[in-house]
Design a protein around this ligand. Structure first.
Ligand code: DER
Length: 238
């Protein structure tokens, strides 16, 4: 089974949890996209009714509209029944790294307002240590004096071997900063050996830096993770 088929299997399993009348947080990324397709299909067939979707990005908003999911926002629905979203990494405590797609702030707002937050992944996302995949741990920062903020982030991890960070730029042009839906920039942190230490303390230290808006570590927020394995089996971890 291809990785994309595994993502679809996990996504469909999560959509089985959706009941008519629910307010659903709609995630961002290629795994969540399968959940949007499935939701749209069940709504179109009248199997699910009175669903309200709260999109976690403009990209998801466009996709949800295209498949016919009625949309609203947190102002109108401050309590979300169930959020379904992918992740870049999941550790054994169900802590996550998210936001490589740049949507971490709206994801964390909506998923933090959810009674249940179900994460959908293929097994390649499971890690021992967050940051251990060698891929980015994103931090959303305001554009004003972003280099100053980046310096503060660098000093936070002085002495951590294998640490590096850089401003996220658009894929086409290394000189143009990538801009989030909230008109902010993203600084990507890299930890060659994964993040060691107390994640809550590290989270607090990052958020204390004035100019930092939010980071992509989702700690203690996950209700359950649906993992689609290469052999086609699916495990649900609570
Ligand atoms: O950007 C995000 O937070 C996405 O949910 C990401 O973490 C997962 O994207 P993927 O499903 O395309 O791997």
């Amino acid at each position: 089974l291809s990785q994309d088929e595994l993502k679809r299997i996990a996504a469909y399993r999560a959509v089985d949890l959706v009941e008519s009348g629910m307010v659903i947080g709609l995630g961002t990324g290629s795994t969540a996209a399968h959940a949007l397709d499935r939701l749209g299909d069940l709504i179109r067939r009248g199997i699910l009714r009175d669903i309200v979707g709260i999109p976690t990005s403009k990209k998801t908003e466009v996709h949800a509209r295209a498949v016919g999911i009625p949309l609203s926002d947190l102002d109108s629905h401050p309590v979300v029944d169930l959020s379904i979203d992918g992740a870049d990494e999941v550790d054994r405590h169900l802590n996550l790294v998210k936001g490589r797609g740049g949507s971490l702030l709206r994801e964390k707002m909506i998923e933090g307002a959810s009674k249940r937050f179900v994460v959908i992944v293929d097994e390649t996302k499971m890690v021992n240590l967050l940051g251990g995949s060698g891929l980015a741990v994103p931090v959303e920062v305001i554009p004003f004096c972003w280099s100053f903020t980046m310096g503060k982030l660098r000093r936070l991890f002085d002495g951590v071997s294998g640490f590096d960070l850089r401003l996220r730029t658009t894929s086409g042009d290394e000189m143009t900063p990538s801009v989030t839906d909230n008109l902010n920039y993203v600084i990507d942190l890299f930890f060659e050996k994964g993040i060691t230490g107390n994640l809550d303390e590290i989270s607090d230290a990052i958020l204390k830096i004035v100019g930092v808006v939010e980071h992509g570590m989702f700690l203690g927020m996950t209700t359950s993770v649906i993992v689609a394995r290469k052999d086609g089996s699916v495990t649900v971890i609570n």
